[in-house]
Design a protein around this ligand. Structure first.
Ligand code: 13P
Length: 250
């Protein structure tokens, strides 16, 4: 059975004290949560504290990025090995903001995925089209190409620990959510694409999360679809009550 997951991507938000408060609030409000695996992804600054504070809980911690290199003279970068030394589990990779503002390509993301897998971290790998691509009916081709590039030379055994997030770029931070049908259609397509490359067992076990203006008012409808296994939440994850309400939406 694949896992239902609700992950909060805080992006570049929260000072150190604000972040500690939010983590604490999320912990306090989620003690009886059984429906989903919660993951929070604060900025690097807070990762160490986040790991310590959530030690006795079921909450997982994710970084928002990592280097494509193993180590060395890469000022400002954080390696997968460093992250794994904090005993955290997940890393978000290939977010559309990293593609758009930092020029990340599928090939670079592929290197980062390999770094994570080598260091025992589970990548949450993002894909998704821009509005123009959807309007031109290219969205399936775009996502198929991203998947092909990002998972090049990743073996079936390695793929077992991958989580995919479908985040249509036009829905991120815009208040415009994909309809439940649009989400289901793309999630199903992604699962079938993975089935073709890696076989049915891996495809059936793969958690595919939806991201893009997901909030308490639309989460239930989105998560009720057969191939939608949870969400990658941006804005609404900065409010503990909204974030937890989304996790109770299964
Ligand atoms: P929003 O939920 O703010 O639209 O952001 C989604 C996202 O980018 C999560 O990674």
């Amino acid at each position: 059975m694949r896992k239902q997951i609700v992950a909060g991507n805080w992006k570049m938000n929260m000072t150190f004290p604000e972040g500690i408060n939010l983590i604490q609030e999320i912990i306090n409000n989620s003690t009886s949560l059984k429906e989903a695996q919660l993951i929070i992804s604060p900025p690097y600054l807070l990762l160490n504290e986040a790991v310590s504070l959530t030690e006795e809980t079921n909450i997982g911690i994710a970084a928002q990025n990592c280097s494509d290199h193993e180590k060395g003279a890469f000022t400002g970068e954080i390696s997968a090995k460093m992250l794994s030394s904090l005993e955290m589990k997940y890393v978000i990779l290939g977010h559309s903001e990293r593609r758009a503002y930092f020029g990340e390509t599928d090939q670079l993301i592929n290197q980062k995925i390999k770094q994570c897998l080598t260091n025992g971290l589970q990548p949450i790998v993002c894909c998704g089209e821009i509005m123009e691509e959807r309007e031109n009916k290219e969205h399936f081709n775009v996502v198929a190409k991203q998947i092909k590039g990002m998972f090049e030379r990743i073996t079936a055994e390695e793929f077992d620990s991958i989580i995919i997030a479908y985040e249509p770029v036009w829905a991120i931070g815009t208040g415009k959510t994909a309809s439940p049908d649009q989400a289901q259609e793309m999630h199903h397509f992604i699962r079938e694409t993975i089935r073709n490359s890696y076989g049915s067992e891996i495809a059936n076990n793969l958690s595919i999360l939806y991201g893009g203006s997901c909030k308490p008012s639309n989460a239930k409808e989105l998560f009720s679809n057969a191939d939608v296994d949870g969400g990658l939440i941006g804005g609404a994850s900065l409010n503990a009550k909204d974030f937890i309400a989304i996790a109770y939406s299964f």
